[in-house]
Design a binder for this molecule. Structure first.
Ligand code: FAD
Length: 518
């Protein structure tokens, strides 16, 4: 039996893995998590995908329980600022496109152009973000009348692959508070926590990990080792020498500088979205939590020095940044060639990372853990199981890379060397051909990256229409069809959005109320 699991690393990846494995297998496996008190976690990673909901549901955790403890807020999508031109913004929301007479509303939009704001014309959520609304009424009821919630009974134990609806929001949360919350959860369910440095990883004669050596607690043996040591890849890359496949030729941003900025939310309100503001050598994220903002400049070291980046970020934030300590981070962009080697599985940054645009780090962790459970080696090791796992993880990360490259290639902005170079840089295999296709038919399931990577055609469409750098034409057939139903749908979306903006509470008042509850 492969029943002793040893996790090295106590960041988001380590504790998500420990809690999920205990929630899944209970006492049928043992879980020991070793983390160093001297090596800090990355300390960022606070915006998520809408599918993260399945993770919390799987653990049986209610929003009203964990959100206040983790200073969490709702995220209805991403607001992109200045990617087309200064002062321009658009949203990539968690909302699928409606379909009218067999054509997605985005294609009808290209044909009819009801206004200059495609996002407001085709998505309700764009208006909710502009008006800083909560997706839930004060009673807790979700705004989406169509979305059928299962009464008061949460739907536990759904996984990513089973997602058949687009849930309208994700979360922002404080990464260290969440790690602490999950640590408590996992330990209450029997996970063993060892705070110590791993000083050696010992291999047996086959080259598999036989045990790790810690400074004070000595040797820890296990059957399956999970590497959650972040960019170091202590087990997978260092001990097992698995090569790293870099994405840097297609995605050049390799550094970040971050700040945690306390904010009086009663005055500023809380935007229900992450903001990604294009800058001279990358972009700045703004993640509103309850009581502070997480912000950081992601940039390419070839175009900007760390000092310039920090000063740009401080200027962007304003006086609230004075006296705050900046966290400079070097990012390893790409993935381990295989995430699972022998008896070691890398989860989190050790497995791979593609810069935080579109907030995919935690999504990769969730996908990895779910796949680990599906491929878990109960009786014996089977190379085919590992191959299947590795193929899925590699494809998922490669697909996300392609989606992110589209952001830079598709942005109309080309006002300096950084943004001009983005238009001529190498493209991942297949993307050039897809870009050609999308100019006459917007992305659909047939024409996007063909393997699961978390993004649907509507996401690609949102980006192409918002970024504005690639010429797009409506299908000529629309000129031969009656457009009345589509025009009515645009009208209905506008009416629905105005009504919701009037009735929903602001995100600030929703959470102020929740935090005030006894
Ligand atoms: P880490 O947080 O680096 O944790 C590593 C752990 O390993 C630590 O506990 C450390 O003590 C331990 N360790 C290391 N060496 C040893 C040793 N020798 N012995 C014992 N323990 C050891 N993801 C998102 O989903 N959304 C975002 O908005 C987002 N933004 C990001 C912004 C930036 C700039 C970066 C770099 C990443 C971002 N991510 C984001 C990714 C996200 O931060 C990570 O996926 C997530 O935090 C998981 O990190 P980790 O647990 O793999 O590694």
């Amino acid at each position: 039996m492969q029943s002793r699991v040893v996790i090295v690393g106590g960041g988001t990846a380590g504790w998500m893995t420990a809690s999920y494995l205990r929630a899944t297998f209970g006492d049928r496996i043992s879980v020991t998590l070793v983390e160093s008190s001297g090596v800090a976690t990355i300390g960022v990673g606070e915006a998520t995908f809408s599918t993260i909901r399945h993770f919390f549901e799987y653990l049986g955790l209610d929003e009203r329980e964990w959100m206040p403890e983790c200073h969490a807020t709702y995220k209805l999508g991403i607001r992109f600022e200045n990617w087309r031109r200064p002062g321009h913004h658009f949203y990539h929301p968690f909302e699928r496109l409606r379909v009218v007479d067999g054509f997605p509303l985005s294609e009808w939009w290209l044909h009819q152009r009801p206004s200059e704001r495609f996002d407001q014309d085709v998505f309700v959520i764009a208006s909710l973000c502009d008006a800083m609304r909560s997706p839930r009424h004060q009673s807790g009821r979700l705004f989406e009348q169509d979305f059928v919630e299962n009464g008061d009974q949460p739907v536990y134990r759904t996984t990513l692959a089973e997602q058949d609806t687009q849930f309208p929001y994700a979360y922002h949360f404080d990464a260290s508070l969440l790690a602490g919350f999950l640590a408590k959860y996992a330990k209450q369910r029997g996970a063993v926590h060892v705070v110590d440095d791993v000083v050696d990883v010992v291999l047996d004669e086959r080259g598999w990990i036989s045990h790790i050596v810690t400074r004070d607690f000595g040797e820890i043996e296990g059957d399956l080792f999970v590497d959650c040591t972040g960019f170091r890849g202590l087990l997978i890359n260092q001990a097992l020498a698995e090569p790293f496949v870099s994405y840097q030729d297609t995605l050049p941003n390799d550094r970040a500088v971050a700040l945690r900025v306390p904010v009086d939310m009663a005055k500023t309100g809380i935007r229900p979205c992450t903001t990604a503001s294009a800058m001279d050598a990358g972009w700045i994220w703004t993640i509103p939590l309850y009581g502070r903002i997480g912000t950081g400049y992601v940039y390419a070291g070839d175009y900007c020095t760390p000092e310039e980046a920090e000063s740009t970020l401080r200027k962007f934030v304003g006086p609230a940044a004075d006296e705050l300590e900046a966290n400079h981070i070097r990012m390893r962009i790409g993935r381990s060639r295989r995430s699972w080697v022998h008896n070691c599985v890398a989860v989190g940054l050790s497995s791979g990372f593609v810069e935080p645009l579109e907030s995919t780090g935690i999504f990769f962790i969730q996908h990895a853990i779910e796949q680990l459970v599906k491929h878990f080696p109960a009786e014996s090791w089977d190379e085919r199981q590992r191959d299947s796992y590795n193929q899925r993880m590699a494809r998922c990360m490669d697909g996300v890379r392609e989606f992110l490259v589209l952001h830079y290639r598709g942005a109309a902005r080309a006002d300096n060397a950084y943004w001009r170079d983005a238009k001529t840089r190498t493209l991942p295999d297949g993307l050039a051909e897809r870009l050609e296709q999308w100019q006459t038919r917007l992305p659909d399931t047939e024409s996007i990256f063909p393997y699961f990577h978390g993004f649907e055609p509507y996401s690609y469409t949102s980006m192409l229409l918002g970024l504005g750098g690639i010429p797009l034409r409506p299908p000529p057939a629309l000129g031969l069809l009656d457009g009345t139903a589509a025009a009515k749908e645009f009208q209905a979306i506008g009416d629905q959005a105005r009504d919701l903006v009037n009735r929903l509470p602001s995100q600030y008042s929703y959470f102020a109320h929740l935090h005030d509850l006894p």
